[in-house]
Design a protein around this ligand. Structure first.
Ligand code: UD1
Length: 419
């Protein structure tokens, strides 16, 4: 099994180009099922994306990856697709559930494996199924599979989500696009990745509009038989991660290919913490930040602070003067990185969903274990500031979502290698 070795206390300087967003690419790839030909650009070639492409291939779409250009050409070559998502492709990537909506919309039936468990919480799919049922789908669960049926096609409806869910909002949009009549979604997730999906769907003929947390979808009969193309937005979580890397150990780190307007909340919080940033239209410069201030934050749906950046900002808090706090509101078990950070010398207490981080603790390198995607990268960040060497096990989690992490960090003088 591969491991990462990070040697700490090196100053980072250089430029990091931010890749396309994994979480925006996944629903857009699922949406390709609705089209006959599509070119998707700026996808990060990470494991979750290859798993989604394998899933599309299993269903019967032809996918040609261009690794040099970070793009994929997807074509429907068969008349009828196989509307099935097997367990082997669903067990490692929950976002596979996003193919359910488009399959049901286009082929009126689908059979997909229930996604596997997940370290950060139970992560059910009840809200996805609730939305599909409201659109007229009949759903049965048997032998670990979801069997969905809409013989007469889906029908527009009003759907008010009891809780905000990114995936369920995307599932509802992906199914309602071909439903008869109008669908109104209330209490929706309005993450930038949801907006990127809507932009893509409107390009292929969708009639979708958004106002605050309300999304209106006017169903269309069919999608034109022509080639569409879309460039996926940048990865705002990758961006936040490298800003934190710069704040922790940067002399002068430049991150490019971004739109800072999308991460206003994060930038405000970084500034409050004393991180020195120069913000341009498409790039951000992070300068050496001598003093970090303590802060109290909580994770929330967008435009709040993202849960996907919680583990990383916690490492920055170990540097702050005084006690910082994080309230995790999205996932019930998302402090798995804490015991590992403690092994490196961090002083962190957890009470229910609140972590208290006692700052100015000197971290020292240790052998640690990655538990999920964002937790893994927080250990890399901790390794960058720790004395000595940090060895991170189970880095397959990291490979699910960070494109060229070692290459990008090495170019900025980090000492990091994979063994
Ligand atoms: C997406 C992101 C993930 C991010 C999360 C929250 C992708 C591929 N993944 O995940 O990186 O951490 O948003 O920003 O975009 N829930 C239910 N029932 C459901 C669905 C969700 O109870 O059917 C709960 C979840 O357990 C969680 C909360 O709703 O507590 C939010 O989850 P959700 O927004 O759906 O996350 P994902 O779409 O899975």
């Amino acid at each position: 099994m591969q491991k990462l070795i990070v040697k700490g206390k090196k100053n980072l300087s250089g430029t990091i180009p931010i890749s396309g967003s994994k979480n925006a690419s996944l629903p857009i790839l699922a949406a390709s099922i609705l089209t006959s030909r599509v070119l998707i650009k700026n996808i990060p070639l990470v494991r979750d994306i290859s798993t989604m492409i394998d899933l599309l291939r299993f269903i019967g779409m032809e996918c040609k990856l261009n690794k040099k250009k970070n793009s994929v050409k997807i074509k429907k070559t068969k008349k009828k697709l196989n509307p099935v998502a097997p367990y082997k492709l669903m067990k490692t990537m929950r976002a596979g559930v996003l193919v359910l909506g488009p399959l049901l919309a286009k082929y009126k039936k689908a059979k997909i494996s229930l996604p596997g468990g997940c370290a950060i919480g139970t992560r059910p799919v009840n809200l996805h199924l609730f939305a599909l049922k409201r659109l007229g789908a009949k759903i049965k669960i048997k032998n670990g599979y979801i069997f969905a049926n809409a013989e007469k096609g889906l029908k527009g409806n009003v759907i008010k989500f009891p809780e905000i869910s990114v995936g369920a909002t995307e599932s509802a949009i992906l199914s309602a696009i071909l439903a008869k009549g109008k669908t109104t979604l209330l209490n929706c997730a309005i993450e930038p990745e949801v907006l990127d999906l809507i932009n893509f769907l409107n390009k292929i003929g969708g009639r979708i509009s958004i106002l605050k947390r309300k999304i209106t979808i006017n169903g269309i009969l069919e999608i034109k038989d022509k080639e569409f193309s879309h460039k996926v937005m940048f990865d705002r979580i990758e961006l936040g991660t490298y800003i934190i890397a710069g704040a922790l150990s940067g002399k002068k780190l430049v991150v490019t290919n971004v739109n800072p307007k999308i991460i206003k909340t994060e930038l405000q919080i970084f500034k409050k913490m004393g991180v020195k940033l120069i913000i341009y239209r498409k790039k951000i410069i992070i300068l050496s930040s001598k003093k970090i201030n303590r802060i109290f934050i909580q994770t929330e749906p967008y435009p709040g602070f993202p849960t996907d950046l919680q583990a990383q900002i916690m490492v920055l808090m170990t540097r702050a003067k005084g006690v910082s706090k994080i309230r995790e509101n999205i996932f019930e078990n998302r402090f798995m990185h804490v015991p590992e950070l403690r092994r490196m010398g961090a002083k962190i207490d957890i009470k229910n969903n609140i972590a208290s981080i006692y700052g100015q603790s000197d971290l020292s390198g240790a052998e640690v274990m990655a538990t999920d995607l964002r937790a893994s990268v927080s250990l890399v960040l901790a390794g960058l500031i720790a004395s000595g060497q940090t060895m991170i096990n189970r880095i397959y989690h990291l490979d699910r979502g960070y494109f060229n992490l070692e290459k990008k960090l090495k170019k900025c003088r980090a000492v990091i290698k994979r063994i």
